[in-house]
Structure formats: C-alpha cells, structure tokens
Design a protein around this ligand. Structure first.
Ligand SMILES: [Fe+2]
Length: 265
C-alpha cells in the first residue's frame, strides 16, 4: 500500500483521546500524514472522558459524517430511547463544549454521508450505519445480503461504523454475499496484512471503533484503503487503557464504561 494513495477511515472515537492520539501516531510512523485523506464516519463524542479534545483534534481533517451520538447531542431537552450511560456521556459532552465557539453546531450538523470517486472509477460511500439494516447491525451472511440491497448500483465500497466491530462484507459478481467478522478476518488474513479487493465485487466494510472496540480485542481499530491498488488493511493499535479508565472515573462517568474498554466488549 502506498501512503500517497491511502485513505484512512475511522469511526467511533467516543471521546477517547488516548486511543485517538496513539492511532494518529501509528499512522504517522507509516508516513500516512495527509489529513485530507482522513475520513471520520461518526461518533466522535459520547461514552469517553475527553469530547472537547477529540473534537478539536479531528475537526480540521477533511471530512466527517454524523453518528448517532452527534445526533443525540443535537436533541432538545431530555433524550429519550437511549441507554442511560450514553445519556450521561452526552450531558458531560454538552458541559465540555458549551463555551467552545460553534463546536456544538459543527458536531450536530455534520452530513449523514459522503461520497467520493476514485481515479480508477470506483465510487465510495462513507456513512455511520450499514445500509438497510436493523440499527446498523449486520451479523451474518443473510443480513449482509439484505444490507447490499440498500447499496446503490454504482457504489463499489460502503464504509460504515456504529457496531464497533470490524467486518468485511462482500457481494460477488455471482450475487452471493459473504460476511467476515473480526475473528475471521484475523484468521484468514491476520490483522495488518493488505487484503486485495475484487474489482467485480461490491463491499461493505465496517472499520470498527477507535475508542471503544467491541469485538473482544481492546485495541483501537482503523481501516486503510489504497484507491490505486484497491487494497484494504485493518490496523489495530495499542494504547494506555488504564489511563483512559482513570479519566472516565474522574469524570464521574459509570464504571461500566471504563471496565468495558479492557475487555473490548
Ligand atoms: Fe458508536
């Protein structure tokens, strides 16, 4: 993969500055530093202790789309139908960014998706939820097939987040859908190895989560896509989980939000 033709797609930072900084540091070591090629696909804030710092750090990157937590942030009055831990973190976020210029307006008015074409003529779509799926969750081949029904004919790759679980979904030329969750990706390819995509297939790629992975691996997750070689790579990045757990407790957020980081669940 060539750093010059590599896009970085990340999601679900969830106010975890330590994970974000380590991820950016790792990309820098790989000479991937052109932030115009970085695409954030939602949930910058929520759950973690440092929403302001995370939002300030990623704001200058070229593109972001809105996640459900940015949507909650924009809800007037009491937030209904959302788990109480998420509500508590949204209240913390409001307190942290209320005097931060137009940060609240920026976060809450992000677009729902972003579309880009590659020099090779592949159309990419970036959005928070998997298409056509029950709250963005795709857990097997059947649900992957249903998700592909929601993908426009001309779109080659749809990058999504939301579940915090990396996955590769493929719709082959023969109409069959495949679903590879994180443990299968690890088994078949190993993390960090480039995966060459078939130019005749369509893909939905879940990039996992930077700040609160839930696939049993607590390391931050991010995906690289080389738009010339048509390859992707899932990266996993270690960070100081205990430090973030301490910050979560100090911020008065529920213990569960700290505990789950160590389990990656
Ligand atoms: Fe999320």
């Amino acid at each position: 993969m060539d750093p010059k033709s590599t896009l970085v797609i990340f999601s679900d930072i969830h106010s975890n500055l330590d994970a974000l900084e380590r991820t950016l540091g790792r990309l820098k070591m790989m000479e991937i530093t052109n932030h115009k090629k970085f695409i954030g696909i939602g949930d910058i804030i929520g759950y973690g202790p440092q929403p302001k710092e995370c939002a300030e750090l990623v704001r200058d990157f070229a593109v972001h789309v809105r996640g459900n937590h940015e949507k909650y942030l924009g809800m007037e009055g009491k937030i209904r139908g959302v788990n109480p831990h998420a509500v508590q973190a949204i209240e913390l976020t409001r307190g942290c960014i209320q005097n931060n210029g137009d940060m609240l307006g920026w976060l809450t008015s992000l677009p729902e998706d972003f579309i880009q074409s590659t020099p090779k003529g592949f159309k990419l779509r970036f959005t928070h939820y998997a298409p056509n799926s029950d709250l963005g969750y795709v857990r097997n081949k059947e649900e992957a097939a249903k998700a592909f029904e929601g993908v426009a004919d001309d779109t080659t790759i749809t990058f999504v987040g939301h579940t915090h679980q990396p996955a590769l979904m493929e719709l082959r030329g023969d109409g069959k859908a495949d679903f590879l969750p994180g443990q299968d990706l690890k088994k078949h390819f190993g993390w960090e190895n480039p995966i060459t995509l078939d130019p005749d297939s369509k893909y939905i790629i879940n990039v996992g989560s930077v700040g609160q992975p839930r696939d049993g691996d607590p390391r931050a997750s991010v995906v690289l896509y080389d738009f010339i070689s048509h390859e992707i790579k899932f990266l996993r990045v270690d960070y100081d989980i205990e430090k973030t757990q301490e910050k979560i407790r100090e911020a008065g957020l529920p213990d569960h939000l700290a505990d789950r980081l160590a389990d990656g669940k």
